[in-house]
Design a protein around this ligand. Sequence first.
Ligand code: UDX
Length: 450
Amino acid sequence: MRISVIGCGYLGAVHAACMAALGHQVVGIDVDPDKVDALNAATPSIFEPGLGDALAAELEAGRLRFSTDYADAAEARVHFIAVGTPQRRGEGAADLTYVHAAVEALVPHLRPGAVVVGKSTVPVGTAQLLAERIHADQPDASLVWNPEFLREGVAVADTLHPDRIVYGIPAGDEGDRARAVLDEVYADALASGTPQVVTDYATAELVKVAANAFLATKISFINAMSEVADAVGADVTHLADAIGHDPRIGRKFLNAGVGFGGGCLPKDIRAFRARAEELGIGDTLGFLREVDAINLRQRDRVVDAIAGALSVNDGDRYFGSDSSTGSLVGRRIAVLGLAFKPESDDIRDSPALDVAVRLKGLGADVVCADPKAIPNARAKHPQLAYASTAEALAGAEAVVLLTEWREYRDLDPAAVAAVASGRIVVDGRNVLDPDAWRAAGWTYRGLGRP
Ligand code: UDX
C-alpha cells in the first residue's frame, strides 16, 4: 500500500517507520526542512529507542522517504494525519491549527478512493468537520478516525503490536470501503488477533481522550493516597501492591511520585475539560480539574520534602517560618532526571524539569543530570546547571531522583555517599530501596512512604 504520513514528530516519525517496516511504501511529510533532512539521514531529532534503526533499515530498503512537499503525498492511497494538537496558550483547549493546515494542504492532492486517517488527538466533533472539508474538494475520498495509543519510550513496539485498533468510520458503503482499505494497512496486526473496535467518529475521538483521562485519574488517585499515607505514616507502595492484586484495579499506573507529564496526559485532560465546557456539560468532567490539581501538588510536595529534610539537617540555615523553603538558599542539590519519563528525551510538561526550575527559583544551587534530556532542557532553561550524573552528585548536600532511569534506580547508596557532601535523598518516584539507603547513612524521603 502507498501511504503518506503528514507530520513527522514523535507520533508521525514512528508511524512512518513502522508502516514501512510492515512492507508499505511510505512518504513522511513535514513542514520543517531540518526535521525532514534529519529523518532522511536516519538521525531523528528525538530520542526514541529503536527509531533510528527502523528509519535506517527502511530508508535503505527504499520503502521510506521524507519530504516537505505535499505533492509527494499524491500517489498515496492512505494518508495518516499525525500532526500535534498542543494546548492553546493560556487556555485548556487544544490548538487545532496544525490539523486544519495539514488537511488544507493535503486536500488538493487527494485522489478518488483515497482514505485520510486521523491519528492526532482532537476534541470530539473535529472528525466530522474534517470529513466535510475533505468531501467538499474530493467527494470520493473518505476519512477514518484511528486514534493512536503509543507510549513514548516503547513507541516502535506499541505501533507494530498495538493492544487494540480503533476505527471511527462514516456510515454506509463509504465506511465499509474505507475500513477495508485500512484493514489492508493493518493486515499483520489484525491477522495476529489484535482486538478491533469499529465505531463512529465521535466515539473513536472520545476513546483516546477517555483512555488518557482514565490513566491520569489512576495516577492522581494513587498520588492522593500517597498524601493520605504521609498523614498517617502508611506506605503507598504496599497499598498499591495490595489493591493492584485485584484484577478489577490492576497494578499498572499506580506508581505514586512526582506525577504525570509529557505531551499527552496533561494537555489531553485539560482539552477534554474545555470541550466538555463547550458542550455545556462542564460539571461532568469537573473531577479532571482535581486530577490536574493533585498532579501539580506532587511537585510542591517534592520541593517541600527537600526543603524540609535540609532544614532538619541544618537548623542554623533554616529561615522559614510557615514554610521551610528558605532552607534551600545556596544549597547544592543534585537533580537526577529531567525527562517526563525514562527512555525518552521529552521534557514537555515534565514534572522533573519543573521541580528543578522551582528549586533554582528558591535559591538552591541545582546541578541537573539526565541520560538523554539535557539538550532539550538546556534549550528551554539555560539558567540551570547541567552535568554528568557523577558531577551532579559530587558535593551534593541533597540528591533528588525525579525520572526513574535504570541508572538512577541502580545507584549504590554507599558509592553516592562517598562523593556527596550531605546524606539526604528524596525519591520523587518511590523506586529506591529505603532500607538500603538508610543503612548507608542516608535520610530517605519518598512520597507516601514512611
Ligand atoms: C500516554 C499514554 O499512555 C499513551 O497511551 C498515549 O498514546 C499518549 O500518552 P506517554 O505520554 O508516552 O503515553 O506516557 P505514559 O507512559 O502514559 O506516562 C505518562 C506520565 O505518567 C509520565 O510522566 C509517567 O512518569 C507518569 N506515570 C505513569 C506516573 O507518574 N505513575 C504511573 O504509575 C505511571
